[in-house]
Structures are given as structure tokens and as C-alpha cells.
Design a protein around this ligand. Structure first.
Ligand SMILES: [Zn+2]
Length: 454
């Protein structure tokens, strides 16, 4: 009986307390509508008085920031660094010819790019020169950013890319094209040089370019049926540990599958399109696209006409071969090979009105196909600007990127994901996991002792 009374009393007190609370909140609501000249300690208006400490402010829940995320557009492969280094071209001003400079990037809505550290083995025949050339390209790109801090920002993370976009700066990222750039088949030296390139800001390495190298076989090398070498596997593991993206463009199909067996993080094809639409070994088969999609990686479509339309490639090569006497004078007329390629393209179109080159819509077909097979997170842009001599009809250079955006929007595809967010996801997935792994390694002496093994 006593206990029942007690419970009733407790309930009554609780009820009164609840009523008080409701009463107070109503009162506060009323007071908060009072003019700001009459703040009181109990009212929300009083919260804005200078008496409140920073600590108290930080402890309170803040309303969610409504600032919209900037639209990020990242091209994962441009070959502009060569002209920057060799010709001293300053990309922050308008450049003659080629595909890329900052004014044209802004016009096309590109907020950043991976500047390719590509050492041409056809131009630099002595392998001893490859490593110094890779370093020179890397240092030159860094120097360009240092010289123009108001326009360019060196970025290695998604956060930095977003900050650059918010500040109206172009995000400059770097990626190494082809393991041959390491200039060695010595395991220790290769690892040491890879780490150096990473430290300097390179965030991906394409395992091969168009030639085989000590790490793996290329899609256009001497043995495209072969895959990764033992040293190549060691390099992939090191890249996993560093948090450096494994770039699977250019590799042979077997190298791709070997990489996917040991890749611990999302991979990237920095400039490759879809083989189902255009049968070229530089493009990815549907099985590969599916595998990359499942791995959380992405395939950045290459814009090159002769990759995105294999039947056009045949027609285009035939006309140049049959009318070579007309094409030959163009070889000497243009110093810049991108401009020479554009001139040849114009001539080919004049000579054969039925050439029917691919258009921006063809390129959009590749992107749509990658999404259809690999999922919405699988597609991105890897133009190969300044690295290819022809672009699809409707696109002369980076300033026309808006044409592609409109084409993708008209198909109701997620342009935010395709233009930037998918790449940021792949980039950040390396770092977060790598940081967690390095924490684990710090407490594992065995892992440390293995770090420099062959
Ligand atoms: Zn390439």
C-alpha cells in the first residue's frame, strides 16, 4: 500500500516536472520572438552575448551547413607537362595550340587534372635517362604550382581538391605513366624510387605504358598474353602500402587480372574506354569493367577517336596510307605533334567525306556503357589531352568539355559522379586505408622488418 502511494507521488512529481519543462520551452519560444534589445539569460537571444565562451559554443550542436558542395571536374590524364618542361610553356596563360591551358580549362569547367609524368621511351632511348626525366617532369609541375599559387594548387587528396575548387584554383595532381619511368629492374632501387615519386606528390602509377617493363606486360608489348612479373607483384604491394593508386590503363589483359588478384584498394584506369563498343586492346572488356566496379575502382574514358571507334580507326589509317604523299609535308609543317595530328585529321576529312569520325555522343556511349556494366560509381574522365592527335567531333580542346557534360545530362547520367566524385572516392580510399594499415604496421614489428624485402 505504502509502495503504491509512493509510486503515485513519484508519478505526480514527474508529471509536474514535465509540465514545467513544457511550460519553459513555450516561454522561451515566446521570449525568443522579443526584440533583440531585451536579451535575457534564459532566452536563445542571450546565447549570442559576448559572455559565452568559445568552448561553450563548440560544445553546442551547430546547425548543418547548407553550403553546396562545389562541382568538381577532374581529368585523370593530361599529357601537358611535356610542353611545360620542354618549351617552358606557362599553362596559366593562353597557349598556342594543344588542348590544355588554364583559361581553356576554366571555359570547359575543368577544376583539376592529373598531370601525367610520362617519359617517352621512343624519344628517350637510353633507359638511364628515364628516371632523371621522371624527376624533372615532377619537379617542373611542382615548380609551376609554386610560381602561381594564386591560380594552381598542388593536391593529393579529395579534401585538397575541394578546397582548391572553393578557392577558384585549378587542382594539380600528378600520376606516373608507366613503371619504366623508375628506370631500373633492381627491386630495392625500384621501391626506393617509387616512394620518392609518391613523396613528391604522384598519386598513381600506370604499371606499364605501351612497352613491357620489369614489372609487367603491356597491351601493346611483345607478349600481351603475359601478366605481372614477380617484381611487379612486389611493386603493387608497395603501392598498396603507400596508398598510391594502381593505374591499370595500358596493361595487358593478363597483367590486369594478375593485378586484381592482389589489389587491396580500388584501382583506376586513368585513360581507357570500353572494348565492347570499340575493339581495341587499350580498351577494357566488360568482364574487366565489372571487376573494377566490384573493386570500388573507376574507369576514366579516353577521348581518342581511334580508341573509341575501332572501325573509324581502320578507315582513318587507310586514307593516310593511300594518300601518304599528301600527308607527308605536314610532318615538317608543325612542330607540336598535337597540332600536326589535328592538321592531318582535317586533311583526312577533306579527302574522304565518308570518314565519319566518332563524335562527343560516341564518347558518351562509352561512359554510359561503363556505368551500365560497372555501376554508377565506375565511370570518370581521362581525356589524354595533349597526348592524342585527334578528339571526337564537337570537341577541339578542353574548352569544349561542356559539350560532353550536356550530352551526359541529356541522358540523365550523374555528371557530378562522372566528372569528379568517383575519382575523389578512389583517391580517398587509398589514403584512409593506407593510414589504417600503417597504424597496424607500427605495432607489428614483423611487418616493419618485411618492408624493404625483395
Ligand atoms: Zn597513355
Amino acid at each position: 500500500m505504502f509502495s503504491k502511494t509512493c509510486k503515485t507521488l513519484v508519478s505526480l512529481v514527474l508529471c509536474m516536472l514535465l509540465f514545467r519543462c513544457g511550460d519553459d520551452s513555450n516561454a522561451s519560444a515566446e521570449v525568443s520572438q522579443a526584440p533583440p534589445e531585451t536579451p535575457s539569460e534564459e532566452t536563445p537571444a542571450a546565447e549570442e552575448t559576448p559572455h559565452r565562451t568559445e568552448a561553450a559554443r563548440a560544445a553546442e550542436p551547430q546547425p548543418a551547413e547548407e553550403e553546396p558542395l562545389p562541382f568538381i571536374a577532374i581529368d585523370t590524364h593530361i599529357d601537358t607537362p611535356q610542353r611545360m618542361l620542354d618549351d617552358g610553356d606557362d599553362i596559366t596563360g593562353p597557349l598556342e595550340g594543344g588542348h590544355v591551358d588554364v583559361p581553356r580549362m576554366r571555359e570547359g569547367g575543368l577544376t583539376g587534372a592529373f598531370f601525367s609524368v610520362y617519359v617517352s621511351p621512343t624519344r628517350f632511348r637510353d633507359p638511364e635517362t628515364w628516371w632523371p626525366r621522371a624527376l624533372a617532369l615532377t619537379e617542373h609541375i611542382r615548380g609551376a604550382v609554386e610560381a602561381h599559387p594564386e591560380t594552381l594548387a598542388l593536391c593529393t587528396t579529395g579534401e585538397e581538391i575541394r578546397a582548391a575548387a572553393r578557392d577558384g584554383k585549378i587542382a594539380v595532381l600528378m600520376g606516373v605513366e608507366g613503371g619504366h619511368a623508375l628506370g631500373t629492374d633492381d627491386p630495392r632501387l625500384a621501391i626506393q624510387r617509387l616512394r620518392r615519386l609518391y613523396e613528391l606528390g604522384n598519386r598513381y602509377m600506370t604499371i606499364t605504358w605501351s612497352i613491357d617493363n620489369p614489372f609487367g606486360h603491356s597491351s601493346s608489348g611483345d607478349a600481351p598474353e603475359e601478366g605481372l612479373t614477380r617484381l611487379g607483384r612486389r611493386i603493387i604491394r608497395e603501392m598498396n602500402d603507400l596508398g598510391m593508386i594502381v593505374d591499370i590503363s595500358h596493361v595487358s589483359d593478363q597483367t590486369f587480372w594478375d593485378i586484381m588478384e592482389i589489389a587491396e584498394r580500388p584501382v583506376l584506369a586513368s585513360h581507357s574506354s570500353a572494348r565492347a563498343l570499340s575493339n581495341h586492346p587499350r580498351n577494357m572488356t566488360d568482364a574487366m569493367i565489372r571487376r573494377v566496379g566490384a573493386n570500388g575502382g573507376a574507369i576514366c574514358a579516353n577521348f581518342y577517336t581511334q580508341y573509341i571507334d575501332a572501325s573509324y580507326r581502320g578507315r582513318r589509317r587507310r586514307i593516310e596510307f593511300q594518300r601518304r604523299a599528301l600527308f607527308r609535308p605536314l610532318e615538317d609543317q608543325y612542330e607540336n605533334w598535337v597540332d600536326r595530328g589535328a592538321a592531318k585529321f582535317r586533311l583526312a576529312l577533306e579527302l574522304d567525306p565518308d570518314l565519319n569520325p566518332p563524335s562527343v555522343a560516341t564518347l558518351a556511349d562509352h561512359i554510359a556503357h561503363i556505368i551500365e556494366v560497372g555501376g554508377p560509381g565506375a565511370a570518370c574522365l581521362g581525356s589524354d589531352f595533349d597526348g592524342v592527335p585527334e578528339l571526337p567531333i564537337g570537341m577541339e580542346d578542353v574548352s569544349d568539355l561542356g559539350v560532353l557534360r550536356e550530352e551526359l545530362e541529356s541522358r540523365e547520367l550523374n555528371v557530378r559522379a562522372i566528372f569528379g566524385e568517383n575519382v575523389l572516392r578512389v583517391l580517398d580510399a587509398q589514403r584512409i586505408d593506407a593510414e589504417a594499415d600503417s597504424d597496424a604496421e607500427r605495432i607489428s614489428p614483423q611487418a616493419d622488418s618485411d618492408a624493404d624485402g625483395p
